[in-house]
Design a protein around this ligand. Sequence first.
Ligand SMILES: Nc1nc2c(ncn2[C@@H]2O[C@H](COP(=O)(O)OP(=O)(O)OP(=O)(O)O)[C@@H](O)[C@H]2O)c(=O)[nH]1
Length: 415
Amino acid sequence: MSHRLIQLCLALFLAASVLFLPSWLVSSSYEIQWLLQNLPWVLLASAWIVSRIYRLQKLSFMVLVSLASYGVIQWKLQVPLPQGNTELIFWGLCLLAPLLVFLLDVLPEKWIATGRGGFAYALLLAPVALFSMLLSSSAEATHRWLASWVTVLGGYPLPWVLTLMMACYFVISTLIQTRRRDKGDSAALLCLMALGLTCYQFDTPGVSSSMFTILGLCLLVLLMLHSYRLAFFDLLTGVRNRRSLDAVMQGLSGRYQLAMIDIDHFKTFNDTFGHDVGDDVLRLVAQMLTRVKAGGTVYRYGGEEFTIVFRSRERKRCLAALDAIREEIAAYPFYVRSTQSAGVARRSRSQAPKVAPQTITVSMGLAQPRAEDANVEQVVKRADEALYQAKQAGRNCIKADRILNRRPSRRRVAA
Ligand SMILES: Nc1nc2c(ncn2[C@@H]2O[C@H](COP(=O)(O)OP(=O)(O)OP(=O)(O)O)[C@@H](O)[C@H]2O)c(=O)[nH]1
């Protein structure tokens, strides 16, 4: 199941739970009500601690906004809205909390991560402090000004204000992320949904405990997905890593083919254009390899070497799939900006003139298990030997190990 699909399921689960969880909560026993009222603290605090451990600054601040919002709802908004400042606080929460989540979402992570998060604290605390100052101000004029805002906002039905606001946030953050070529994360969407649904259904008893409990659970699931990616995927190329390959190899038996792939003269790329260009080449090759047919799965074996595992015994099909991808890589014109060349002064990439397109080629070695193989490592060794032959044969080609039709004799095995 892809990560995007899991994130979509979490968003749908959060949205759907507003329909059944609050009513179930109200009709359940006192103990369950007490548990669900306190669960958001535990879940959101856990999400905050884990996001700090992983240094996910944006997420940790979004969790803080959610925690603070839940605190405001529990401590300040458990009385009828027309009483005292309650309506003002309610509108402050409805407008400020989603705005803060939106700002955290669209600002670059490094702005938030630098200065030990001082910027983010200022960003979060300034509007909240200003709003609290205005609320606690004894000046008659301030109160009248705030009250006039409530009258203006109260004149519009809350669902419309919230829907409009959320739609604006969603469109702007999607546009910004598309411009930055950043896939974004669903944490902001989940926080916005939980805050929006809570404000939207505010007069439904139990809505805040239900929404913030589900939000805490969803954020913890997102963090688990993140740790899974860290453990099993290569950060540079985005394909599965060696740990993932080792785990798969333990379960491999019988019908499979294993290919080792190595980029030709990769050191020359690094030496001529610099390490950054080398990294770009690795990313490009990895992404092109993922298009391999015949059901192959790509892993970064290490350095500039990749492995593809085919769960198939049909050698011809695997060879054809590998050859197609080898040709595709060789035909792809790789443009290097001159600023990326070693020793050239740094300019912005867009301003830099292009140098002639470079050709990248790969060599491949394919092997399949034999009856006498004691373990998968022997198949890897033969694929490596075949790869070595491909290098010897002038690179940019595929070599495969010999297929032995002979089965080991029972007598020899018994001996
Ligand atoms: N940019 C970059 N370079 C890496 C990375 N990992 C390994 N390398 C470099 O990959 C190069 C591997 O070079 P060699 O093993 O000599 O092989 P080659 O130049 O590809 O030559 P042939 O394999 O014989 O065609 C070394 O220069 C390593 O520093 C990485 O993650 N990024």
